[in-house]
Design a protein around this ligand. Structure first.
Ligand SMILES: Nc1ncnc2c1ncn2[C@@H]1O[C@H](COP(=O)(O)OP(=O)(O)OP(=O)(O)O)[C@@H](O)[C@H]1O
Length: 304
């Protein structure tokens, strides 16, 4: 999917301002930003729920506004906690949804998605007995029964307990990887975006103010590394010879060396240390968290 110069104005106010980004097959992109940044409006436009004033949305190389029905058949989305019929079971709700929307699905597919979202034991219980987290998971199951290629999820972790969040994260990662579904997800849980997404897009006042590549940022640039060895003095000399500007500093109390190093070169460094009879007990990466980078990007204000 490629979004170019997407703009939305309402009553003279620009809610989304010239937003451009793309999502590759199987990629998970996180949308971050303070309240009112324009994340939901962006997602609503992609899902065809609100019109755009300017820009284009290409899904599978087709302009969304021209081929709305065809394009949206490949897209699944949750913007708000979906409504279900409380007197029907989880399974019956999916079945009903699939029937009225003419989704080409079968009981096996529906049971499969219910199982993947941890609802197999609750599928025959009425939705009125479901917790908010279970309804949220049922909502995601519903978006998956028509096997979309792009999933748009606005705050899907809301209401889920830590276990539910982990399950959902693992599931989203699996479907992105195995089924090559692209996912655009917003969340206020920055640490969740960090572990789940390939990239984070930070919005503020309708504009993209930062795009952070979570997969490669720390691979390309030097990161702070702590290495625990049995002979820190000799190890430091070896490290300095290997890379002059790595600035190894010995923490004498516990035989640790702190240094700045490119992550991709760490295996080679370890090989060097080991072949010089230095025993290495531990390697720790002291990454700057996404939260630090996010707060820096939005100018010192944390997410509300
Ligand atoms: N229909 C509307 N009419 C007027 N203003 C609107 C409308 N919908 C949204 N807005 C305003 O547009 C701005 C962006 O809202 P949006 O919901 O897209 O932000 P968001 O980043 O998703 O925020 P949150 O994190 O709180 O969900 C907000 O200032 C909001 O009040």
């Amino acid at each position: 999917m490629r979004v170019s110069n997407l703009t939305k104005k309402i009553k003279g106010k620009t809610l989304v301002d010239n937003v451009s980004f793309n999502i590759k097959k199987g990629e998970i992109i996180g949308l971050l930003g303070p309240n009112g940044a324009g994340k939901t409006t962006t997602m609503r436009m992609i899902l065809g729920l609100v019109s755009k004033n300017n820009g284009s949305i290409l899904i599978n190389d087709k302009e969304q506004s021209k081929y709305l029905e065809t394009v949206l058949a490949d897209v699944g989305g949750i913007i708000e906690t979906p409504d279900f019929y409380p007197y029907l079971t989880g399974f019956e709700n999916l079945k009903y949804y699939s029937d009225i929307n003419h989704v080409k699905s079968n009981n096996e597919v529906m049971q499969g998605v219910l199982k993947l979202l941890g609802l197999e034991h609750a599928q025959n219980k009425k939705v009125s007995s479901y917790s908010l987290g279970m309804k949220q998971r049922l909502g995601i199951a519903q978006t998956l029964i028509h096997q979309p290629k792009l999933l748009i999820l606005d705050e899907p972790m809301n209401g889920l307990d830590p276990n539910g969040i982990k399950e959902l994260r693992d599931y989203l990662k699996t479907i992105a990887k195995e089924k090559e579904i692209s996912i655009l997800i917003s969340s206020h849980l920055i640490s969740e975006i960090e572990v789940l997404c390939d990239k984070a897009i930070v919005m503020k006042n309708g504009k993209i103010i930062e795009s952070l590549n979570l997969n490669t940022t720390n691979k390309q640039h030097g990161i702070n590394v702590t290495i625990e060895v049995d002979n820190p003095i000799s190890a430091s000399e070896i490290i300095r010879k290997f890379k002059e500007d790595s600035q190894p500093t010995i923490n004498k109390l516990n035989s640790e060396i702190m240094l700045n190093f490119c992550k991709a070169d760490i295996p080679l460094l370890l090989l060097n240390l080991l072949s010089n009879n230095i025993n290495v007990y531990e390697v720790k990466y002291n990454k700057k968290s996404l939260e630090d980078r996010f707060i820096q990007a939005i100018g010192g204000k944390s997410v509300e």
